[in-house]
Design a protein around this ligand. Structure first.
Ligand SMILES: [Zn+2]
Length: 491
């Protein structure tokens, strides 16, 4: 079983130091330096041209939308965007990189000095620094399996060549696998809110490498780090880091030396394996890309981009907690995606009582979905249905018991609330005389409560309302019933 947390006795003696490098594919219509479609899942080698194949004489032209998305991400991550950044060639040989180099940025990246706040173990917030965010292009894909002769051959799909990426490099500020998990979760959430990427890890739109080392507590000097690659979920990254920290401490404790190397995570076995030692790694021989001028981001471009920044998740949560009287946890649920938060707020604005919309959504709808193992966006009851339900409740046209029954039916039949309500139109007793008769019976049957009420315990009105509601199986008009009970008891 993979380790999910580092043994506490290790952490009293050693301090892990973790830095993360995250590659994010930008959701542009076309590639970074040519007009080919940037789309996942197309037939292999159909979205390619001389430029992204690196054929002689073909020249790159920078995609402005990619710059806008990269700048938008940088601003959302609190980075300073450099006015003048430089594209550079990163040279290495690999079959899925037909040019023999990747266009990237080296010593003058697009953006630097950002941060993300994560919840820390002590309940406070902790700021994780972002060293840099640079632009680059992706390589193609080597397909090692799935063909009848895969044992002998490797196939290449070059559709991904030249897809625009940003690489976001954190400071080595992360101290535990949990902090790494939180950092990645927040980062993904922020990027999704900006809309610059779909962050789909299965399709490789978001990929993460982790650098991890350990040092004895109190020591300043960093230990030798290992780089963990090929991890395709945040949970696995957390597990891989926990495994790697324990492994490195064991090496040190047994008198050995941690090697600087790249290691791969094997999810089935729950451990990392040495892939190659860093000493043998390529020297990338970076030099400025001669076919592209310096990238100039003007103040005007930046301020236009800033206007496209949405309200970011954490800010939105703070506002919604105040506006809808939510708990921290409920605020997280409602803001899990920007689309969901938007649809909730658009609906709540049209309701008589927006807080009640939040309440019914979270408790009534959320509870029923949870029982079925479904997500909030899989509800048969739409936001409009919830608004209708809460408005009817608010106007006293249905009781909360009737609302619950109608919601039950919605879920049973997979129908929206409005359709069920139109068909069922629950019988309501709105005949004042009939209700008064029932109240009289309840009053006659409970003389002690009447006495207490008249002695000043006015909260007992709720008891009488409840008794009548029970007698009518929840069908008495609640507003009318409340009014009549008060009148009778005071009369
Ligand atoms: Zn192309």
């Amino acid at each position: 079983m993979p380790a999910v947390a580092v043994a506490p006795e290790i952490l009293t003696k050693y301090e892990p130091v973790i830095g993360l490098e995250v590659h994010v594919q930008l959701l542009t219509a076309t590639k970074a330096f040519c007009g080919c479609a940037n789309r996942f899942g197309a037939e292999p080698n159909t979205n390619i041209c001389p430029t992204c194949l690196g054929l002689p004489g073909a020249l790159p032209v920078l995609n402005e939308k990619a710059v806008e998305f990269a700048a938008l991400a940088a601003l959302a991550l609190n980075c300073e965007v450099r006015e003048r950044s430089i594209f550079a060639r990163k040279n290495y040989f690999y079959p899925d990189l037909p040019k023999g180099y990747q266009i990237s940025q080296y010593d003058k990246p697009l953006a630097e000095h950002g941060w993300i706040e994560v919840p820390a173990a002590n309940g406070e917030k902790k700021r994780i620094g972002i060293t840099r965010q640079h632009m680059e292009e992706d390589a193609g894909k080597s397909l090692h399996e799935g063909f009848s002769d895969s044992a002998a051959r490797t196939y290449l799909d070059l559709n991904r060549c030249g897809t625009p990426l940003v690489e976001i490099v954190s400071e080595p500020d992360i101290r535990t696998p949990d902090e790494a998990f939180e950092y990645l979760t927040r980062l993904k959430e922020i990027l999704l809110y900006t809309g610059v990427s779909d962050c789909n890890m299965e399709e490789g739109s978001l990929r993460c490498d982790a650098n991890v080392s350990v040092r004895r507590k109190g020591e300043e000097r960093l230990g030798t780090k290992a780089e963990v690659k090929n991890v395709n979920s945040f949970k696995f990254i957390r597990a891989a880091l926990a495994y790697e920290i324990e492994r490195q401490v064991e090496v040190i404790e047994s008198g050995g030396r941690v090697l600087q190397e790249t290691r791969l995570w094997n999810a089935d076995e729950g451990r990392t394996y040495s892939m190659r030692s860093k000493e043998q790694a390529h020297d990338y021989r970076y030099f400025p890309e001669p076919d592209l001028p310096p990238l100039i981001v003007t103040g005007e471009f930046l301020s236009e981009t800033r206007k496209k920044l949405p309200e970011l998740p954490e800010t939105r949560r703070r506002r919604m907690i105040a506006e809808y009287d939510l708990s921290e946890r409920d605020a997280h649920t409602l803001t899990a995606s920007r689309e969901f938060a938007d649809s909730f707020e658009a609906a709540a604005k049209t309701a008589r009582n927006p807080r009640r919309v939040a309440n019914v959504l979270l408790s009534e709808i959320g509870g029923r979905l949870k029982a079925l193992g479904l997500e909030l966006d899989q509800s048969p009851v739409t936001m409009a249905g919830i608004v209708l339900a809460t408005d009817l409740l608010d106007e006293g046209k249905i009781s909360s018991k009737q609302m619950k029954q109608l919601l039950d039916e919605s879920f049973e039949r997979g129908e929206d609330f409005g359709a069920v309500y139109e068909r069922e139109k629950p019988q309501q007793i709105t005949d004042a005389l009939a209700i008064e008769k029932l109240i009289d019976e309840v009053i006659a049957a409970n003389p002690r409560q009447v006495e207490q009420y008249r002695a000043g315990k006015t909260t007992l009105a709720g008891f009488f309302v409840g008794q009548v509601m029970r007698a009518t199986k929840g069908q008495a008009n609640p507003a009318l019933l409340n009014e009549l009970v008060t009148k009778k008891l005071n009369g």
